[in-house]
Design a protein around this ligand. Structure first.
Ligand SMILES: Cc1cc2nc3c(=O)[nH]c(=O)nc-3n(C[C@H](O)[C@H](O)[C@H](O)COP(=O)(O)OP(=O)(O)OC[C@H]3O[C@@H](n4cnc5c(N)ncnc54)[C@H](O)[C@@H]3O)c2cc1C
Length: 475
């Protein structure tokens, strides 16, 4: 009997009867891809070129019914499930060797209601698409800072972006969801319907089921915002970070900023004499009026003589795309994270030393200024880590496979060095390979962990959704 090679959830090799697979494919409105299909080669890949996995099947779901059928098929055949929205997760949890990928990328419907200032978007939407749709009405919800990241994974794990200090995280503005549970049942979550599930989806990751649509609260933003984007010489990194710390202490909520330690990209518009040299970048978006924003970001532009100052007013949708070309699909990424209790001089000294040690010119240490609405909101969300004034994103980014070990080792060494300055754990949307397992989750979720485990037990008691920052179901 013809069969397709697969793996069960215990990692044992199994054979899937092709008749059963054909029947499953015929039930789907979307496409079912198998090894050998023309579209399989591209569909098996995720954003991170470091991840190289071969799923037995990829279900490109067209609607909620397809998702439910895919879950039921995976359960019946004991297949591990990877759920994919935008495919950006750097740990590669959007794909799986020998299992079934439930790929929501064809699910792109977006409805914006400018009167109630809400938007509903399906699970395959990416931020660029949602921003375009909401900006047509002068509205936006907090997203990420790269436009091709999926709304799904980013929102479920938290969601840090340019509106965070004014309006909170993406998960704080998730007001409703439709989800298919582990048993294939469709449930809705809102403040009035299954509110405990809504609480869990606001930061608890992809643990509870497959979210087929997300409903967001929207705010007036743009169409233009003021952007500060200034590069200073690396030898000024220590005083620059001190200056950043002092300036941020009185920053208004409209201002969301990073300080980034990296090397100057060898590209236009950066002056050639500076290419490959160490730099410290101040990057901010002011989400209020452009006039006021120009005044507010002025000190960040006048700290010293810059290598380049690319600041100016721009469309919000442009600001949302500013980093896109720095993160090409197929490059290699390994990202860790830690919150920072302060940006004291010792932290600054370690950051500068670690940035200089990065093996790749593309790697960055990103100091995200938090506070504002991030710290104030959160009553109805399981997301934790709000109290810290800064979050450190440790991004090893490179292209040559020969550099894999050195770049991963660098990010791990920065994490080991800097996490002692954190009392609040890490952000699981920058998860490395989730190598710290349950202990890191318990530390970061703190008092929310047991409550999340209870929600998990209700919607996924057998833990079939485990390729994620995995919360184990309460016994
Ligand atoms: C270039 C780049 C830029 C980024 N920028 C930011 C940023 O600015 N701010 C920030 O906070 N994070 C950022 N991230 C991290 C990002 O939040 C995570 O990688 C997130 O997991 C991406 O979501 P996705 O849907 O694209 O990923 P996917 O790989 O498709 O999904 C990741 C995980 O989310 C879960 N999931 C996905 N879809 C669903 C669904 N429909 N239902 C249930 N679970 C689901 C699954 O567990 C899945 O394994 C960035 C990542 C990259 C690579």
């Amino acid at each position: 009997m013809a069969s397709i090679e697969a793996q069960n959830r215990n990692g044992q090799r199994i054979a899937l009867d092709t008749r059963a697979v054909d029947e499953f494919g015929a039930q789907l409105q979307g496409a079912l891809l198998r090894p050998g299909d023309a579209a399989y080669g591209e569909a098996r890949q995720v954003w991170n070129g470091l991840i190289d996995r071969y799923p037995a099947l990829i279900a490109r779901c067209a609607n909620t019914a397809d998702v439910a059928r895919a879950i039921q098929f995976a359960r019946a055949h004991h297949l591990p499930i990877a759920v994919r929205g935008g495919g950006h997760n750097v740990a590669g949890t959007g794909t799986v060797d020998g299992g079934l990928v439930i790929d929501l990328s064809p699910m792109k419907a977006i409805e914006v209601d400018p009167v109630s200032r809400t938007a509903r978007a399906e699970g395959g939407v990416i931020w660029g698409e949602l921003d375009r749709a909401t900006q047509a009405f002068g509205l936006a919800t907090p997203g990420g800072v790269v436009s091709d990241t999926g709304i799904a994974g980013l929102t479920l794990g938290g969601g840090f972006g340019w509106l965070r200090r004014k309006y909170g995280l993406s998960c704080d503005n998730l007001i409703g969801a439709e989800m298919v549970t582990a048993s294939g049942t469709v449930v809705r979550a809102s403040e009035t319907e299954n509110p405990e599930l809504l609480w869990a989806l606001r930061g608890g990751g992809g643990n509870f089921g497959v979210v087929t649509s997300f409903e967001y609260r929207l705010f007036p933003v743009g169409p233009e915002v003021m952007v500060a984007f200034v590069l200073y010489p690396g030898e000024l990194a220590v005083p620059a970070l001190r200056f950043f710390r002092e300036t941020m202490a009185s920053a208004p909520d409209e201002l969301s900023s990073f300080a980034i330690l990296q090397r100057v990209p060898a590209a236009e518009p950066f002056p050639e004499t500076w290419h490959h040299k160490q730099t410290v970048i101040f990057m901010s978006v002011y989400s209020g009026s452009v006039d006021k924003g120009e005044r507010v970001v002025q000190p960040l532009r006048q700290f010293a003589t810059p290598i380049a100052d690319l600041s100016g007013p721009m469309l919000y949708v442009e600001a949302q795309r500013l980093f896109d070309e720095d993160y090409p699909r197929g490059a290699r990424y390994y990202w860790k994270s830690t919150y920072l209790d302060s940006l004291n001089d010792e932290v600054i000294e370690r950051l500068v030393a670690q940035a200089e040690a990065a093996p790749s010119d593309h790697s960055t240490l990103d100091v995200w200024h938090m506070g504002g609405a991030v710290a104030r909101l959160g009553e109805g969300a399981s997301f934790r880590g709000r109290g810290a004034p800064y979050h450190l994103g440790i991004e090893a980014n490179w292209t040559d496979p020969a550099g894999d070990d050195a770049n991963v080792a660098w990010a791990r060494s920065v994490h080991a060095d800097l996490r002692r300055f954190s009392g609040s754990g890490q952000y699981f949307n920058f998860p490395g390979f989730h190598e710290e397992g349950d202990s890191a989750l318990r530390q970061s979720f703190g008092d929310a962990y047991d409550r999340l485990a209870a929600v998990k037990a209700r919607y996924d008691p057998d833990n079939i959704f485990r390729l994620n920052a995995n919360i184990k179901p309460a016994v």
